[in-house]
Design a protein around this ligand. Structure first.
Ligand code: ZN
Ligand code: ZN
Length: 370
């Protein structure tokens, strides 16, 4: 498949971003595309809004799985592209349109000359939330394919086109969202003694939570606790009966996540006693770390030798990816694909360079054939 064809697919997908488990048009687009291949050694299955494409290999010694995510984000696009999102308030701002296009590009090439190994392409819904990887594993969908290893890519706006990067071990962190509601008793600003002020309770929590990483976690294990949103009150002379904070936790080790969550729960018990209120805690979407298997990461690096693609060693990041759940069950790895953009992931002006589509196809193909 040439670059022009890849760009066409990418732009068509870019126009129809959908949120997690609502990828109906995206799924229909992929199924329609696959129809044109119409080869009897390709088996196509669907799971919710996801799609599985399985190639029976000529020798079938090994089964390789390649995963792409499918969903967009609740962001209003501001790229000014003539192929910008047609879905108001939704945008492919994390490059999942690129990821799907690359998968379709590789599928098209394999349909022309079937691979030796069995290859399973997983079009996975809901990476941005609530998470599609974990339910796919929990429902035992992959068990029937007997996967030997699995890999995936993510676009990297900061890396130039023509390069990829990865590393053995930790690539992305364990992540957990954090939503806390504080429920007390509101009242007149001049009668504070008759109220249970939730602005105070949430503020106290906000300050206390900053001590977790400095005092409760092992300094040799990385951790971040960030509260990104705090809400309380209506007007200047009413003491608020409710407050809400929202945040995220990121760690390099699963046990550090547990330590932090335990500490938060203890703090909330204390807040409830001191501020005479009730709190409700919700961890939202939780993602397991992306921990690359050394042997496959090295195999990938070797597969790119004598190609025009530059391989670099990546740094670990405290970002999250639900691909980590696949790597908890199967060996494999994830890599970054350089797309040299001016804006970062999750930004309304994200403008990845489409020439990277060809590089992505080449890198994935080389891995599958190595
Ligand atoms: Zn994202
Ligand atoms: Zn993403």
């Amino acid at each position: 498949m040439n670059l022009e064809q890849l760009i066409k697919i990418r732009r068509e997908l870019h126009q129809i971003p959908e949120l997690g488990f609502e990828e109906y048009k995206t799924q229909a687009y992929i199924l329609e595309f696959l129809k044109s291949l119409n080869k009897d050694f390709i088996q196509i299955d669907t799971w919710r809004t996801g799609v599985f494409v399985y190639f029976k290999g000529t020798t079938g010694n090994e089964t390789i799985a390649y995963r792409t995510d499918m969903d967009g984000l609740p962001i209003t696009e501001q790229t000014g592209y003539d192929f910008a999102s047609e879905h108001n308030g939704k945008m492919h701002a994390c490059g999942h349109d690129f990821h799907m296009t690359i998968a379709l590009g590789v599928i098209t090439e394999l349909a022309e000359s079937p691979p030796e190994n069995n290859v399973l392409f997983i079009f996975q819904p809901a990476e941005e939330g609530p998470g599609g990887a974990l339910p796919i594993i929990q429902e035992g969908i992959l068990a029937q394919y007997q996967v030997d290893y699995i890999f995936a890519l993510h676009i990297d706006p900061r890396q130039e086109v023509g390069s990829v990067s990865s590393k053995p071990g930790l690539l992305f962190a364990n992540t957990s969202e954090l939503f806390i509601d504080f429920n007390g008793t509101g009242g007149h600003a001049a009668y504070p003694h008759e109220t249970k002020d939730m602005m105070m309770a949430a503020s106290a929590f906000n300050l206390q939570v900053q001590q977790i990483v400095s005092r409760a976690t092992n300094p040799l294990e990385d951790a971040v606790v960030t509260l990104g949103k705090m809400e309380a009150g209506t007007v200047q002379n009413i003491i608020p009966e409710k407050a809400r904070v929202e945040g995220t936790i990121r760690t390099s080790q699963p046990q550090t996540m547990q330590t932090i969550q335990n500490a938060i729960e203890k703090m909330l018990e204390g807040i409830e006693i001191r501020y005479e209120c009730e709190t409700e805690l919700d961890y939202g979407s939780n993602y397991y770390m992306v921990n690359n298997t050394e042997v496959y990461t090295e195999k990938f690096e070797a597969a790119l030798q004598n190609s025009s693609i530059t391989y670099r060693k990546a740094n670990a990041a405290m970002t999250g990816e639900d691909f980590g759940y696949f790597l908890k069950e199967y060996p494999g790895f994830m890599f970054w694909l350089g797309v040299g953009a001016d804006y970062g992931l999750h930004q309304s002006k994200l403008n990845p360079d489409e020439r990277a589509l060809e590089i992505g196809v080449e890198a994935v193909k080389r891995m599958i054939k190595s």
